[in-house]
Design a protein around this ligand. Structure first.
Ligand code: NDP
Ligand code: 8X3
Length: 250
């Protein structure tokens, strides 16, 4: 039987590349995001290869998230794969000057949003005794870097939640994985720096990971045999050794 996947943050970057990768393999798709035009074009493009359903909601809005996920038509209700990917960094500031709005956004989207979406989907996975949840963490979830404070905290939380999910869902045959990338060239830095020019230099002077590299790893992770779960993957561009050591000599 064809599998069904729900991807949050499918309108850009890693989520969008994953949608394309899954469509190529005929996986049924529920694609989520807030930018309707992008959802419409994705639906149009990917419907050639698979069945696509789109949902527009803000993951940080608890009632809208639960409402949207409850509204899924019958043929999209049996979700086999959940990719909790929606998220971003907002700002890069020392703790003493960080913005409360940025902190709220990161905790509300990266942490609470992931929990709301999971809360809606896990019960059916438990009922069906099958499922695979992939949480997109970050190298920032394993290591704190200067001015990364709250973003790093949000991704450390994602890793802790992933480990908790793996324990609690263990009796139900549900796989839970964390994929933790280093620098990936997406709209991530545009969002972090609110469109400011600091974003331009983030991926210059070396070859950063591309969204397709992560999509490829996600597809590999969901296609391992039933008894194999890739629990926790850390992936850097070759030029990056850790959050602060990047060889920009290229
Ligand atoms: P992008 O900015 O390219 O994509 C972010 C996606 O998240 C968009 O589709 C956006 O959709 C969605 N999103 C953001 N906020 C919300 C919200 N409130 N409600 C619903 N959807 C939302 O970044 P990436 O693809 O790089 O990021 C994807 C994930 O990967 C994030 O969790 C990020 O933290 C993580 N990551 C990124 C790395 C990088 O270097 N790029 C490295 C490590 C991890 P829309 O705006 O339409 O709602
Ligand atoms: C994104 C990677 O290093 O910008 O999570 O935090 S980093």
């Amino acid at each position: 039987m064809r599998k069904t996947a729900l991807i949050t943050g499918a309108t850009s970057g890693i989520g969008q590349a994953t949608a394309h990768e899954f469509a190529k393999h005929g996986i049924k798709l529920i694609l989520c995001g807030r930018r309707q035009q992008r959802l419409d074009s994705l639906e149009k493009a990917l419907s050639r290869d698979t069945d696509v359903y789109t949902l527009n909601f803000d993951v940080s809005d608890r009632s809208k998230t639960l409402e949207a996920l409850e509204s899924l038509p019958k043929e999209f209700q049996d979700i086999d794969i959940l990719i909790n990917n929606a998220g971003n960094a907002h700002g890069l500031d020392p703790i003493q000057t960080g913005s409360l709005d940025d902190w709220d956004a990161m905790m509300d989207i990266n942490v609470k949003g992931l929990l709301y979406v999971s809360k809606a989907i896990i019960p059916k996975m438990i009922q069906r005794h099958t499922g695979h949840i992939i949480n997109i963490g970050s190298s920032a979830g394993k290591e704190v870097y200067p001015k990364g404070n709250v973003y790093c905290a949000s991704k450390h939380a994602v890793l802790a939640i992933t480990e908790g999910m793996r324990i609690d869902l263990n009796p139900y045959g549900i796989k839970v994985s964390a994929i933790n990338p280093g620098l990936v060239e997406t709209e991530f830095s545009k969002v972090r720096f609110k469109g400011g020019k600091e974003a331009d230099s983030v991926y210059q002077g070396y070859k950063a990971l591309q969204a397709e590299d992560i999509a490829d790893i996600i597809y590999f992770t969901i296609t391992r045999p039933e008894h194999v779960n890739l629990a926790d993957i850390l992936v850097f561009p070759t030029a990056q050794a850790n959050s602060t050591t990047i060889n920009k000599s290229n």
